[in-house]
Design a binder for this molecule. Structure first.
Ligand code: NAD
Length: 431
């Protein structure tokens, strides 16, 4: 039976390299569709958790993973030789920026080198890590072909951006349409066949570069629009206009408008990082992506703006930030998830500590909050604790927090998310 048929009837064993927020949900979806799945990771800890049927990703229900592991459908390993056993291999390793805000492609390269010796003819490899246009063909393809297999004939290679939105109750791996672009039309055909087995809707494009650029477009679109709202927030504040009310009014327009919201700054592994992958690559083409730079500048300033607004609010209570006890309420980068990557709460806490504030936090999702290597004390939201601080800053609008109790007990609240809509008064300051 050929590779296409094995993908189509679900008999092809599949592998996922990188079992994180993207990889583990994907592995589970593949296994639920009947494939035998081997997960590869360099982390012994993650491999052990998967093999014990323990989920460390909130979007993956523990019982679901445990049942698949028990049935022998999913297993995990740090032994990349086992890549020999699979017909399709999906790479979803991190793509951060280095300290100079340049793409760090080392994880993708390391993953490609780890699997390359074990590739076999009639096999598909796809890359899902978010990256700049050209990565699949310029970086991954030469590493995979080094052993003699040729992409397009012996081996199929494609890029397919991951669009998972952690914590989204409606759109998850299976029902989020998947864009796929292969190095050759046969590569695309094979990638479409594999993903069709466990994703509802596949959107083929004509090249890996188009697929890579699609993901960047989506995230740059968000980054630029959020920056626009952050700028309009600041001018509205000066004009005495409530920007949140304005967005609510504007979004009643049934066409030509899509709401975006201001906030304390960007967070997560995607929106603050991905746009800079394009800016960096664009320079090779003598092009400066000014929207991205400008959006980065506005968004990176937001933690400073939050601290400025806090200082002004404390001032109206005849207090200075220096010496004040400030409770950060919610520190994950967005609501109802445990992910701290690039969270604006980190920068806000640093800026407050630099200004001699005493910083505490509460987050039902985040058990430990490290800032510059030191633990920020976690407090429970008791009436006593809330009454004992000088201010609360709502950084993340988790839904499982009793905001009525916060408003009742805390002396001052700066709300960066509009979660206290309707609670206006001298105590509540909205960003
Ligand atoms: N998290 C999201 O919401 C999201 C959404 C869309 C796209 N993405 C993109 O997907 C990619 C992965 O992101 P993530 O959030 O899953 O990251 P993650 O950090 O949660 O997971 C990455 C995993 O890869 C493993 N890993 C690192 N190097 C490896 C190697 N050489 N071989 C095997 N495993 C290795 C890590 O141990 C980790 O388990 C990134 O490019 C990211 O931009 C993430």
């Amino acid at each position: 039976m050929g590779l296409l048929e094995r993908f189509e009837d679900g008999s092809a064993p599949l592998g996922v390299v990188g079992l994180g927020y993207v990889g583990l949900p994907l592995a589970v979806e593949m296994a639920k569709a009947g494939h035998h799945v081997i997960g590869f990771d360099i982390s012994d800890e993650k491999v052990a958790h998967v093999n014990a049927g323990e989920s460390y990703i909130p979007d993956v229900p523990a019982a679901e993973l445990a049942a698949l592991v028990k049935a022998g459908t999913i297993e995990a390993t740090t032994d990349f030789q086992r890549a020999r056993e699979v017909d399709g291999l999906v790479v979803c390793v991190p793509t951060p920026l280095n300290r100079m805000k340049e793409p760090d492609t080392s994880f993708m390269e390391a993953a490609a080198h780890s699997i390359a010796p074990y590739l076999h003819p009639d096999m598909l490899v796809t890359l899902e890590s978010t990256t700049y246009p050209g990565t699949t063909e310029e970086i991954i393809q030469p590493i995979l072909e080094a052993g003699g297999l040729k992409v397009g004939t012996d081996l199929f290679l494609a890029f397919s951006p991951e669009r998972v939105d952690p914590g989204n109750p409606v759109y998850q791996t299976r029902n989020t349409p998947k864009v796929v672009g292969g190095v050759t039309p046969r590569c695309t055909q094979h990638a479409v066949a594999m993903y069709s087995g466990f994703i509802d809707h596949i959107v083929p494009v004509t090249s890996t570069r188009a697929a890579e650029m699609t993901k960047l477009l989506e995230n740059i679109f968000r980054c630029v629009n959020i920056a626009l709202m952050n700028e309009l927030l600041q001018v509205s504040e000066r004009m005495g206009i409530n920007i949140w009310e304005v967005v609510d009014a504007a979004k009643t327009k049934p066409f030509g408008f899509m709401p975006f919201y201001p906030g304390p700054g960007l967070g997560g592994h995607c929106i603050p990082i991905d746009p800079f992958y394009l800016s960096w690559k664009a320079r090779e083409y003598d092009f400066h992506t000014e929207f991205i730079e400008l959006a980065g500048k506005v968004n990176e300033n937001m933690p400073y703006y939050v601290v400025k607004r806090l200082m002004e609010s404390l001032n109206t209570h005849h207090k200075s930030l220096a010496g004040s006890r400030v409770l950060l309420l919610g520190v994950a980068y967005k609501a109802d998830i445990d992910d701290m990557r690039e969270s604006p709460a980190i920068r806000i806490a640093e800026l407050m500590l630099d200004r001699s504030a005493e910083v505490l936090y509460h987050d039902p999702w985040v058990p430990s909050f490290l800032v510059r290597g030191s633990e920020i004390p976690h407090v429970e939201l008791t009436e006593e604790a809330l009454a004992g601080v000088d201010a609360v800053v709502v950084v993340t609008d988790h839904s499982n927090v009793d905001y009525h109790a916060v408003v009742r007990a805390a002396p001052l609240i700066l709300d960066t998310r509009n979660v206290l809509k309707g609670f206006d008064g001298s105590k509540v300051v909205r960003l």
